[in-house]
Ligand binder design. Structure first.
Ligand SMILES: *[C@@H]1O[C@H](CO)[C@@H](O)[C@H](O)[C@H]1NC(C)=O
Ligand SMILES: *[C@@H]1O[C@H](CO)[C@@H](O)[C@H](O)[C@H]1NC(C)=O
Ligand SMILES: *[C@@H]1O[C@H](CO)[C@@H](O)[C@H](O)[C@H]1NC(C)=O
Ligand SMILES: *[C@@H]1O[C@H](CO)[C@@H](O)[C@H](O)[C@H]1NC(C)=O
Ligand SMILES: *[C@@H]1O[C@H](CO)[C@@H](O)[C@H](O)[C@H]1NC(C)=O
Ligand SMILES: *[C@@H]1O[C@H](CO)[C@@H](O)[C@H](O)[C@H]1NC(C)=O
Length: 345
């Protein structure tokens, strides 16, 4: 009763009408086929080499003093490099397959692509120093990748973007779950939930508030089935831990969508798809799911794998101890594209 009386009071003084107007939100609008920009954040699964990047770690800059920010000129002249060390898997990764940007060997300016790829992922990144230490002093944590974007890239490229044609993608957690996998002082579900909460409050929300409305989240690859873990009696992380992360991500995804009705949030279940590939590799042209070529870092294995005692790199699910092969990225991206096409609102 009191609430209703208060509401009538607001009507009388004309506040309700205004309030309704101010919080009016449009419906989400997403169509993968119309997407012109992919803005990506994450770790080595997502990083691409830039000519202005930290070698083998980033598209642009690093966490070192003087390297965190960048000029408009530096951003606009920065090219994506496609070569053996241009990603963390010896060849193109999912964001390059998805956009077709930077897929060709050599240098590509994002602005020259039909779907522009602006990739602020940093190899080795965790979500935040608040939860876990960084791998190197130069590693840019996820929450700082979005700060970099919002501070130095948004004014240059974001302001002019038709943001209804932009998709903001987050694939993160590989390092967080691995770095903490042997902790004995945390409850993992609560710990993961805290980390994922940080993703949403410190990275997703600021991107939303500046006007981006389309978000893609990706859960964890089957890290419980890496070469080291398939021969271990107690894999770290194990499948239960991977699921805890995934369940928390799904919950946060739903909560964000419920709270922001004009946002389109999508959760791609990479874990399910990739476990399916591991269970049925032949269907995807993969012959080896349990190990990787020991000489993976030698560019010569691309040309002459047999001299290294290996199969062609495309025959492996895993590229090395923690990364999937470029071929696995390609196979996954085909499935992800189907997923995205079905998301039209
Ligand atoms: C890839 O390109 C980068 C940047 O141009 C270069 O430093 C690196 O040596 C190249 N790597 C290979 C394997 O060609
Ligand atoms: C990175 O982000 C954290 C959390 O917002 C912040 O405390 C820190 O100052 C940021 N680092 C830099 C270099 O801005
Ligand atoms: C848990 O222990 C690890 C070392 O094993 C330490 O680095 C970390 O800070 C501890 N975390 C918490 C939340 O106490
Ligand atoms: C995985 O590890 C967690 C944490 O130690 C444990 O609670 C869970 O039972 C383990 N799951 C499996 C499948 O062994
Ligand atoms: C998988 O590849 C590794 C490295 O090349 C090799 O040692 C191993 O025997 C292969 N496993 C199978 C089942 O072919
Ligand atoms: C996981 O972390 C350990 C250190 O705790 C490291 O030795 C290992 O290479 C990492 N594994 C992956 C798959 O990144």
């Amino acid at each position: 009763m009191a609430a209703r009386r208060f509401l009538s009071f607001l009507y009388v003084i004309g506040l309700v009408g205004k309030h309704v107007k101010a919080t009016y939100t449009s419906k989400p609008h997403f169509k993968w086929e119309d997407t012109k920009y992919l803005i990506a954040f994450g770790d080595s699964y997502t990083f691409v080499q830039g000519t202005a990047g930290y070698p083998q770690y980033s598209f642009i800059g690093s966490y070192l003093p003087g390297q965190f920010g960048f000029s408009p000129r530096k951003l606009l002249s920065n090219g994506i490099v496609q070569n053996f060390t241009g990603t963390a898997q010896g060849g193109p990764n999912w964001v390059e397959y998805l956009t077709g940007c930077g897929l060709e060997p050599g240098k590509t300016l994002p602005r020259d692509c039909a779907v522009q790829l602006w990739d602020f992922a940093f190899a080795g990144a965790d979500v935040s120093l608040q939860h876990l230490p960084h791998h190197h002093p130069f590693t840019v944590p996820l929450v700082n990748q979005t700060q970099q974007y919002l501070t130095w890239a948004e004014p240059v490229i974001g302001k002019k973007m038709d943001k209804s044609k932009a998709l903001v993608a987050f694939w993160i957690g590989v390092n967080d779950i691995n770095d903490s996998s042997k902790f004995t002082n945390v409850s993992f579900p609560a710990f993961y939930n805290d980390i994922i909460n940080t993703i949403f409050t410190q990275s997703v929300r600021p991107m939303y508030e500046i006007g981006y409305k389309n978000f893609l989240f990706v859960n964890l690859p089957p890290l419980d089935r890496t070469a080291a873990n398939v021969v271990s009696e107690s894999p770290r992380p194990n499948s239960t831990m991977i699921d805890w992360w995934g369940n928390s991500l799904a919950r946060h995804n739903e909560m964000f969508a419920a709270k922001h009705k004009d946002a389109k949030t999508m959760l791609y279940d990479a874990n399910k798809f990739l476990n399916g590939v591991l269970d049925n590799p032949g269907k995807y042209g993969i012959k080896n799911t349990t190990s990787y070529c020991q000489d993976f870092a030698d560019p010569d294995v691309l040309e002459r794998p047999e001299l290294h005692g290996c199969l062609p790199l495309d025959d492996y699910f895993w590229y090395n101890a923690g990364h999937m092969s470029s071929h696995t990225h390609k196979v996954m991206t085909r499935n992800m594209e189907n997923f995205l096409r079905k998301q039209t609102t």
